[in-house]
Design a binder for this molecule. Sequence first.
Ligand code: NAG
Ligand code: NAG
Ligand code: NAG
Ligand code: NAG
Ligand code: NAG
Length: 351
Amino acid sequence: MSFRKRVTVNVFCFFVLAAWAVVADDPYENEYGDEYGVEWLYFVTDNATRIVMNFSSLPADTRGLLFGEAYFTLYTRQNRDNPEPLIIPEGDANINSTYFNASNDIKVITHGWISSESTTWLQNIRDEYLVKYDYNVITVDWSEIARNPSYVWPALSTRYVGKRVAKLLDSLEKSYQGQRKLHLIGHSLGAQVMGYAGMFSGRRIDRITGLDPARPLFEFPEMPANFRLEKSDAEFVDIIHSCAGVYGYRNSHGHADFYPNSGRPRQPGCEGPQYMIEGCSHGRSCEFYNESISSDVPFIAYPCDSWKSFQNGNCKTDSTKMGDPVCLNSRGDYYLHTHNTYKYAMGDEFE
Ligand SMILES: *[C@@H]1O[C@H](CO)[C@@H](O)[C@H](O)[C@H]1NC(C)=O
Ligand SMILES: *[C@@H]1O[C@H](CO)[C@@H](O)[C@H](O)[C@H]1NC(C)=O
Ligand SMILES: *[C@@H]1O[C@H](CO)[C@@H](O)[C@H](O)[C@H]1NC(C)=O
Ligand SMILES: *[C@@H]1O[C@H](CO)[C@@H](O)[C@H](O)[C@H]1NC(C)=O
Ligand SMILES: *[C@@H]1O[C@H](CO)[C@@H](O)[C@H](O)[C@H]1NC(C)=O
């Protein structure tokens, strides 16, 4: 562990330097100096507290890496206000759930760093699903682990949490016969959790949606594909980029990668100092997704080689929808504009 830690940090510093050069032409200034993104980053938590992610000050040992668990809660139309904890059984025993409906599809949702299942966007998406569909919605709360202010530990623990999610899904598969689709949705480090869940799951996962999947220690330094969310983790992986190159994946790692408003900060409507712009942009992927579930106006996106080419009007055909109603045959990079506040979706911007 200590070996990997040292390597990780050194390589990380090297690569992120290159990252800023690319991000620098975005329409906001990096006010924090050359070490920003190299030695440290600001991060804005759910309660709008600004904290420092310091890559040069790691804890001296690995204690604290795992000092918590992941908890699972089932919500269905029958128990919206009466959440049912799902416990992974010992050994070969079956799961005994009161509300799980074996004939309905499963949606699993999880949060990122210094967050929990009670975060607003997660509850919104859960509620939106149950308004629209009779699903088994399972939320994963790994906040005991995710709350560690030293980013490295929660980041490395996504593998463990992903294994637990896979174990729960395997138990459900074994306990309940039936045809149903498995769709996993995660934001930031939560997207990395779902990548691991897909990799470890006994049954092939139908779909994983990564909402601005965490970049530090996954894409920079570049980890092997089995150490981060990749298209190999499910039958279909769709990724929505909204703070690309800072908190989120900069490059395409799914079957379909969506780049609303270029995918980078600043996302339209995100104002204030640099750290607020980045925090707000990172959260936009969740808001877009939430809106996409039941909105009458879809997020229509177009395949294109680059944002620049899209902006130059070169790509106006073969559109697909971003978010929940995505077409599972979509492949490649897609671009679109959005409004700067709810409702974000523009429908077909070329009509
Ligand atoms: C906000 O979150 C931070 C980090 O988790 C925590 O230390 C702080 O106490 C919280 N503040 C409030 C007002 O909840
Ligand atoms: C990060 O940690 C290093 C080593 O402890 C320290 O020298 C540096 O000032 C810290 N940087 C920030 C931005 O907190
Ligand atoms: C399932 O749980 C219910 C309520 O806790 C209990 O009455 C029942 O015996 C359990 N069934 C099995 C098969 O374990
Ligand atoms: C399970 O869901 C189906 C619809 O998919 C519904 O017809 C059925 O009544 C549900 N079963 C229970 C026990 O709620
Ligand atoms: C989530 O979407 C629903 C339906 O479109 C909307 O009513 C709600 O305000 C949205 N929540 C957020 C935080 O955007």
